[in-house]
Design a protein around this ligand. Structure first.
Ligand code: KE4
Length: 429
């Protein structure tokens, strides 16, 4: 595959931007190749600057659940653009998207929009600390909640992909207030939350983990977490930046029937434009400035174009049968993918799938937490990634991410993907 222009652009980008990218995982460091530079995207395909076309299973890391360039989203953004791009003042579109989010997500009685998932999670833990007067937060090994200081402790996603323990620049007296414990370990959870020496303000969890690869909560784990945090007056935050409007229209919390105190959202609710959000009980959210003393602000929060894109996206997602059709398509693909993998690679692979997002682990498995995820052969994943991209299939350039499906993936594209995957697996065997 000719990637001459991408190589030229990457060389230039690296003289201007750290690593030539504006987010580390895009640099493809862990999969042993250079990134391709994208010229355009449409439906389930993306085209690079050398006019190579790929079937896209990254989907901008989750937002593109409708596929790229969905007509309703483009029309909404275009219409909004005619009225200007940013006001720095309230507009009706913010109310309209807020109503949709509040209507959809069980825990959300009130919501604040920000411009990224990181802003949403960092604001939510500040709010939890302000509301409880306590300072410690509990996260889970392999959980990723964006790059705010408090979260860069045994984080997932790019932190494990790049094999960095946490991050320099995060002061010890921040890190000491973050406790990271194993996902899916109820005994450790209870021991930690009941520890009288710990003033715990909040527990933040991805209700289905997506940043150590896809990892399901063990049966009863989320309910135990909900019961303990309620009993102990600890603010439970579901980080649904990935699962929000992906797991179901009401997110993972609606699917599991477990209601956190606060929820963080991002990705899909922006329809591809920069939007994050945090929301929850009115009693807690009213602590946020200007109604309360907990400060949070943002120049482009509630941006009209982003609100319009989010509204148009959620309008499509709300249509009857959307999730059933998407999940059926993705689950059928997942079953066939695993069968092909097992046929060629036997016990060297396993897979976790949550509806329209899955991870094929190059590990014996099962993968149920960070330590078991880390048994993955990332070298082998890198080989798989490079072969698949050369075959025109665009996967996450990291073992510890997800393969995202959209409404735009056609059965022909999925069939072709499986055919190409089979020949790649034979090379890997
Ligand atoms: P952003 O700040 O990237 O919008 O959101 C941070 C975030 C928060 N919570 C969860 C559960 C997330 O998955 C993320 C970001 N996800 C990564 C990919 N796993 C974004 C891709 C990247 O880092 O470039």
């Amino acid at each position: 595959m000719n990637t001459t222009v991408s190589k030229q652009l990457f060389a230039k980008a690296q003289t201007l931007i750290p690593g030539g990218v504006n987010s580390p995982v895009r640099a493809c460091k862990s999969v042993g190749c250079d990134p391709v530079f994208i010229k355009k995207a449409n439906g389930a395909t993306i085209t690079d600057m050398d006019n190579n076309q790929y079937i896209d299973f990254v989907g901008s890391w989750g937002p593109m659940i409708l596929g790229h360039n969905h007509p309703a989203v483009i029309e909404a953004i275009t219409r909004a653009m005619a009225n200007g791009t940013s006001y720095g003042a309230p507009c009706e579109l913010e109310i309209e998207l807020a109503e949709m989010v509040i209507d959809a997500v069980p825990s959300v009685e009130m919501v604040r929009f920000v411009s990224s998932g990181t802003e949403a999670t960092m604001s939510a833990i500040r709010l939890a600390r302000g509301y409880t007067g306590r300072k410690m937060i509990v996260k889970f090994d392999g959980g990723f909640h964006g790059h705010a200081d408090s979260f860069l402790v045994k984080a997932g996603s790019g932190v494990i992909t790049l094999g960095i323990p946490g991050s320099p620049g995060v002061p010890d007296d921040i890190v000491k207030n973050t406790i990271s414990i194993p996902y899916n370990n109820p005994a450790k959870l209870e021991e930690t939350l009941r520890n009288p020496d710990l003033e715990i303000a909040s527990v933040i969890i991805e209700p289905v983990a997506g940043n150590m690869g896809v990892v399901h909560p063990a049966p009863g784990f989320l309910q135990k977490l909900r019961d303990l945090t309620k009993e102990l007056g600890i603010v439970l935050i579901f980080d649904e930046v990935i699962t929000g409007f992906r797991a179901s229209y009401g997110g993972a919390q609606a699917k599991f029937g477990i209601t956190p105190d606060l929820t963080c959202l991002g990705k899909i609710i922006g329809g591809g434009l920069p939007v994050g959000a945090y929301g929850g009980k009115k009693e807690i959210m009213s602590m946020i400035a200007p109604t309360g003393p907990v400060y949070q602000a943002g120049t482009l929060s509630g941006n009209p174009l982003a609100m319009a894109a989010g509204k148009a996206t959620l309008t499509e997602l709300k249509k009857p049968g959307f999730y059933e059709a998407l999940n059926q398509k993705a689950e059928q693909f997942g079953g066939e993918l695993l069968a092909l993998a097992k046929k060629s690679l036997g016990e060297q692979v396993c897979m976790n799938q949550a509806g329209s997002v899955l991870t094929l682990f190059f590990a014996k498995g099962p993968v149920y937490d960070f330590d078991s995820a880390m048994t993955s052969d990332t070298e082998r994943y890198g080989h798989y990634y490079r072969e698949m991209r050369a075959a025109g299939i665009y996967l996450a350039p990291a073992q510890f991410e997800g393969m995202f499906f959209s409404a735009a993936h056609t059965s022909e594209q999925l069939e072709m993907t499986l055919e190409k995957t089979e020949s790649v697996f034979k090379k890997l065997a």
